[in-house]
Design a protein around this ligand. Structure first.
Ligand code: DON
Length: 310
């Protein structure tokens, strides 16, 4: 623990000059107001011990990190059937790209780009029996994983996304036109915006993802969340698609399965060891946390964490 605390301190020192740099997501007005100098990092190990630093206990908008949890739920409902609705290849395109969706006839390249996540939300709605029930299912699942009943959707962020989400509305309409949404476009968008607007801290996020570090089991609660094979596959998708058109660069620099969000969070998994979450709101050109990526690169190198060892 003490050693890990020292590593986190060293990590912060290594990126200190850059904290506050990058561009806060301003296409969602409620996110544009976030202080770019926030910086937090939390590690939760397989015993559930939390090592945290900076703003690691302050909730922020998890945005696309939610897609890891909704994918887990949708896989529970459809199993392999999900791959008829969405692909599992890196897109090489920005997260909100429309062009690729037309070329591929409404089947999004993977579950983490926006189009893919809309299809995944649609699957969760069909399973839950409606949009409100789907939002309840998603928040309930995340609360159980994080062992924290206080986790909730930030209504201001959700409303802000809804008011400005023209591009997501275009993607959803496009997919509906191709017959790849079962539910009304409005219901799919509502669930998608609300899941993205869930507020969580780094410590809560890392705790919620612990099952991915532990072969699909929550090692503290002693519960199987998904099978070992499914956990392996979710991590494979995080590694190959979790950072959109920068997924290759993240794998090269950090070497861990990760998922970013435009709120400035990144969730990473160190298999058989721990889950890590970092928050720094300034984004790089690909819409991923600039300092968050640098911090994970530093931490992974110092700790010797990588899925490419040996
Ligand atoms: O759909 C959007 O634009 C946001 N709700 C989520 C995008 C996001 O987090 C992309 N990740 N880096």
């Amino acid at each position: 623990m003490a050693a890990l605390e020292a590593l986190l301190e060293e990590t912060r020192e290594a990126v200190a000059q850059r904290i506050g740099t990058g561009r806060v997501a301003d296409y969602i007005p409620a996110l544009a107001r976030i202080d770019p100098h926030k910086f937090g990092i939390a590690v939760v190990d397989l015993e559930g011990r939390v090592t945290a630093l900076g703003d690691a206990h302050e909730p922020f908008s998890i945005q696309s990190i939610s897609k890891v949890f909704t994918l887990t739920l949708a896989l529970g409902r459809l199993g392999q059937g999900i791959w008829k609705r969405v692909g599992r290849e890196p897109s090489g395109s920005p997260f909100n790209s429309i062009v690729q969706l037309e070329r591929e006839r409404g089947i999004p390249r993977n579950p983490f780009i926006n189009a893919g996540a809309l299809a995944v939300s649609d699957v969760v709605i069909s399973g839950a029996g409606g949009a409100a029930a789907a939002v309840e299912e998603i928040t309930g699942f995340i609360r159980r994983l994080a062992q924290d009943p206080a986790i909730a959707v930030d209504p201001e962020v959700a409303a802000s996304e809804k008011a400005t989400g023209y591009r997501n509305a275009a993607l959803a309409n496009f997919m509906k036109g191709f017959g790849n949404l079962e539910n009304p476009v409005e219901a799919v968008l509502e669930v998608y915006f609300k899941q993205c607007a869930i507020a969580m801290s780094c410590a809560q996020l890392a705790r919620a993802a612990l099952f991915l570090a532990a072969g699909g089991r929550d090692p503290v609660a002693g519960l199987e969340i998904v099978t070992r094979q499914r956990a392996r596959r979710i991590k494979a998708l995080m590694l190959t698609c979790g950072h959109y058109d920068a997924s290759g660069d993240f794998a090269f620099r950090v070497g861990l399965p990760g998922k970013s969000g435009v709120g400035g969070g990144i969730l990473a998994v160190v298999p058989s060891r721990c889950a890590v979450a970092v928050w720094s709101p300034g984004l790089n050109a690909n819409g991923n946390s600039l300092v968050g990526t640098l911090a994970l690169e530093q931490l992974a190198a110092k700790a010797g964490w990588s899925v490419f060892l040996g």
